[in-house]
Design a protein around this ligand. Structure first.
Ligand code: CA
Length: 497
């Protein structure tokens, strides 16, 4: 090589190294947009035929859609505590919605804050104790209402104060998210912002502009809507979460005025002549439409935030992550609510856009979880992941380099008793192909204890209608999953049921 060419090559190498290290020195901003009870069945990027969610779809088409994001415990507060700590519920202490989060323990926001990140949370917190590890918080009190929500924040002296707001909660959370991005943050620091919606949690109250949206549409009932639970052990038939029998007047907006008054009058007049089946169908239409109307406002808000990221130039170095605290039954098995290890509530949506790192339009089938979120946020920021955390960073997965020793199965546990909707306590393991569930502990029928096992072949029976537990042809699968279940329980330090 001639000296001049050699010099040029050397100079180019130095420039490329310098730019590379410069890039490494600019940690990404993290925008975590989170909703409550939003299932994949209500996101068009996941193939929903009953709603169009163009803004969520934009995250998916410009990034990665995860098809197997499982939650460790399918219920609101506990999922949030898992995300804060990277620990299963029995380790972080927040096992049921009756618990209060011990905010003194190690959490990812505290670790990010110590590393120089600016941390903020706006919207639903739902962990009862005051948020710790955040430079800024403005959070709903408890569940928070759909309109005019009072919120908790800190004044200039650091005192926790209550502030009143007027407006539609979903829109307010979007506006407060934008306000923080535009006006409140320190623009010299990378940020981690959690923008967390109350919607579409019950009792579904749409924005007035959407109250009549889809009035003229008939939403198709899911395939398993009329499930009779005959192929499963007793817990499935003993729940109290059927759209037909267990929805309350409040859930169905039978107590609402405004645009609902006329609709309700029509229903009350028609009801005496309706069959039981027609009433169940009517409940379903009213419920699902209100749920979808609430989702629409979440999607609108995401559109505004994505637009702002583009306009401000923040989009390039901001990773946008969308998830919900768990999945949800939109009429599947005849149900609303969550809690079960069955697919609809075990899964939660996960969409990730990270320009230059995540290939646009990719779909991932790895088993990932909300137990991985804390580790992922820390890894993105270049912060060492504490050894006691029980998940793994998703950063290599985002980049399309899933480690060879990635998990091939997943442990789930629902600990609540007596819980809402009479769902039995259970734990189980799934590898995506098969699922083993053990119902245990007291039944909601006095004096009864559950000790029921179910096994599903998810490829042959994706709707989980027929347990094959104890069938000869599944003996080997059953034995392997039992061993896998035991291994997880030891690894995850499950010391009690
Ligand atoms: Ca929830």
């Amino acid at each position: 090589m001639k000296p001049l060419k050699l010099l040029t090559a050397l100079a180019l190498a130095i420039i490329s190294l310098a730019s590379c290290s410069q890039k490494n020195e600019t940690p990404p901003n993290i925008l975590f947009i989170f909703s409550d009870d939003h299932c994949e069945q209500a996101i068009s990027a996941y193939g929903s035929q009953i709603i169009n969610t163009p803004n969520l779809d934009r995250i998916a088409s410009e990034g990665m859609r995860f098809n197997r994001c499982y939650v460790t415990n399918s219920i609101c507060g506990p999922s949030r505590a898992v995300i804060q700590t990277g620990l299963y519920s029995h380790i972080n202490g927040f096992k049921t919605n009756r618990d209060t989060f011990d905010g003194d323990q190690q959490t990812f926001p505290k670790l990010l804050q110590a590393s120089g990140y600016q941390t903020a949370i706006v919207g639903k917190w739902h962990l009862k104790s005051i948020p710790q590890g955040f430079d800024y918080f403005e959070v709903l009190i408890g569940q928070g209402p759909y309109n005019d929500p009072p919120m908790r924040t800190q004044d200039a002296e650091g005192n926790v104060v209550k502030v009143n707001n007027s407006g539609y909660t979903t829109d307010l959370i979007t506006d407060k998210t934008l306000d923080w991005l535009k006006n409140r943050r320190d623009k010299e620091k990378p940020f981690m912002l959690m923008s967390q919606h109350k919607a579409p949690h019950r009792n579904w109250v749409p924005h007035p502009k959407y109250q009549n949206w889809m009035d003229d549409v008939e939403i198709p009932e899911p395939e398993t809507f009329w499930d009779d639970y005959s192929g499963r052990t007793p817990p499935a038939s003993r729940q109290k979460m059927e759209v037909g029998r267990h929805m309350r007047e409040k859930d169905l907006k039978l107590d609402m005025e405004g645009n609902y008054a006329e609709k309700n009058r029509e229903f009350r007049e028609a009801q005496p002549g309706m069959t039981d089946e027609e009433i169940v169908k009517w409940n379903y239409q009213r419920y699902v439409k209100d749920y979808l109307r609430c989702v629409r406002s979440v999607d609108d808000g995401i559109g505004k935030i994505l637009d702002y990221l583009d306009e401000s130039g923040l989009a390039e170095n901001t990773i946008v992550i969308y998830a919900s605290d768990q999945g949800w039954y939109l009429g599947e098995h005849g149900w609303f609510d969550k809690r079960w290890m069955y697919e609809e509530s075990l899964k939660t949506p996960l969409l990730v856009r990270w320009p230059g790192k995540v290939s646009p339009g990719t779909v991932n089938e790895d088993i990932v979880s909300n137990i991985d979120f804390a580790e992922t946020f820390l890894d993105l920021a270049g912060v060492e992941i504490p050894k006691n955390m029980q998940g793994r960073s998703l950063v290599p997965v985002f980049k399309g380099n899933t480690p060879g020793d990635w998990r091939s199965s997943f442990y789930y546990q629902y600990y609540e008793f007596p819980g809402a909707h009479a769902v039995a306590r259970h734990y189980g393991v799934t590898n995506g192909k098969y699922k083993l569930i053990h119902f245990y502990g007291p039944s909601h029928i006095e004096g009864e204890e559950y000790d029921d096992w179910e096994l599903f072949d998810l490829e042959k029976d994706p709707n989980e209608l027929n347990s094959v537990y104890g069938e000869e042809s599944y003996a080997i699968v059953q034995k392997e999953l039992l061993a896998e279940l035991q291994r997880h329980r030891e690894d995850l330090m499950v010391t009690e049921d």
